[in-house]
Design a protein around this ligand. Structure first.
Ligand SMILES: Nc1ncnc2c1ncn2[C@@H]1O[C@H](COP(=O)(O)OP(=O)(O)O)[C@@H](O)[C@H]1O
Ligand SMILES: [Mg+2]
Length: 267
C-alpha cells in the first residue's frame, strides 16, 4: 500500500507545486514508484510545470465519472506517473471533488508514494485532497503570516484524520527577520524536514524555453539538493545527492582568495 501525502500550505505561492514535482522526481530517481496528482482542480499549475497541460484525459473527467483513473495516469519525468487536472472552467464547476478519496484508494497499491498538489487555503477542494490523504506535508515560507496560515492547515488536517508529518521551509534566504527553523518547529510542533533556499533556478522553471522542474534540468542546484534531502528523509533512505558540481582546481583557488581572514571575521 502506498503512502498518500497531501502537500498543503495556508498561503498560495509558497512552493507547493514546485516541491511536489521535484520531490516526486527525486523519489522516482531513487527507484520508488511515485504518482503525483494535480489536485489543484481550479488552477492546474502542476500540469503547466510538467508541460502536460494538453493531456486528453484529466482528473476532471475521472471525477465526473466520465473516465477511468488508469487512463489518466501519464508518464512523467524519471519514470514517475502524473495525473493532470483539467483546464476547463466549465468542468471545474461540475467536478465532484469528494470522489477523490475512492479514486485514490483504487490506485494506492500501484505506488510507493502518491502526492496530491492542492490549492492554497482550506476551501472545499483542498479539504477533499486532505481527506483523501493519510499524511500531510506542510509547506511554508519563513514569515509569520505564512506560518500562521499553515498552522490552520495543520489543525484542519488533524481534524480530517490526516497526519501532519513535517514541514518544508521554502524561500529561505537567511535574512534578518526570517523566522528560524528552530522557532518554526516550536510553533508548529513538527519537524522541519528541510530548508529550501531561494534559488533562481527554480524561478526559471516556468520560463518559456525551460519549462521543466529543476530536478530534471539541474539536480545539483541548491534548492534541488535540499529537496533531495527531504526525499531521502521521507523515504527513510540514505542520501545520495545527484549532480552536485565538483569544485575544480580554479574554483577552489578563487574560494581560498575570497575567504575572509580570521581577524576580519571576528570584528
Ligand atoms: N525556492 C524557491 N526559489 C525561488 N523561486 C521559487 C522557489 N520555490 C518556488 N518558487 C517560485 O515561486 C512561485 C510559486 O511557487 P509554486 O510552487 O507555484 O507555489 P504554490 O503551488 O504554493 O502556489 C513559482 O514561480 C516558483 O517557480
Ligand atoms: Mg500550486
Amino acid at each position: 500500500m502506498g503512502r498518500v501525502i497531501a502537500v498543503v500550505s495556508g498561503k498560495g505561492g509558497v512552493g507547493k507545486t514546485t516541491i511536489t514535482a521535484n520531490l516526486g522526481i527525486a523519489l522516482a530517481k531513487r527507484g520508488l514508484n511515485v504518482c503525483i496528482i494535480d489536485a489543484d482542480i481550479a488552477m492546474a499549475n502542476l500540469s503547466l510545470l510538467l508541460n502536460m497541460q494538453n493531456s486528453p484525459i484529466t482528473l476532471h473527467d475521472v471525477l465526473l465519472g466520465e473516465a477511468d483513473i488508469q487512463d489518466a495516469l501519464y508518464d512523467a519525468p524519471s519514470g514517475m506517473k502524473f495525473v493532470p487536472s483539467g483546464l476547463s472552467l466549465e468542468n471545474y464547476k461540475r467536478v465532484d471533488s469528494e470522489r477523490l478519496q475512492s479514486v485514490i484508494d483504487s490506485i494506492k497499491n500501484q505506488f510507493d508514494f502518491i502526492f496530491l498538489d492542492g490549492a492554497a487555503g482550506i476551501e472545499k477542494n483542498v479539504l477533499a485532497a486532505i481527506s483523501a490523504s493519510d499524511e500531510v506535508l506542510l509547506v511554508t515560507a519563513p514569515t509569520s503570516p505564512s506560518i500562521a496560515d499553515v498552522l490552520k492547515a495543520k489543525i484542519t488536517a488533524q481534524r480530517l484524520g490526516s497526519k501532519p508529518i513535517g514541514v518544508i521551509l521554502n524561500f529561505v534566504r537567511n535574512e534578518k527577520g526570517e523566522i528560524k527553523k528552530e522557532d518554526v518547529m516550536k510553533l508548529l510542533e513538527l519537524p522541519v524536514l528541510v530548508s529550501v533556499p531561494f534559488d533562481d533556478e527554480i524561478r526559471k522553471s516556468f520560463m518559456q524555453e525551460t519549462v521543466m522542474p529543476v530536478m530534471v534540468r539541474k539536480p545539483g542546484t541548491p534548492a534541488a539538493v535540499a529537496i533531495q534531502k527531504a526525499a531521502a528523509k521521507l523515504a527513510g533512505i540514505s542520501l545520495k545527492i545527484e549532480d552536485v558540481p565538483k569544485q575544480g582546481f580554479l574554483a577552489k583557488l578563487f574560494a581560498m582568495f575570497k575567504r575572509k581572514p580570521k581577524e576580519a571575521v571576528k570584528k
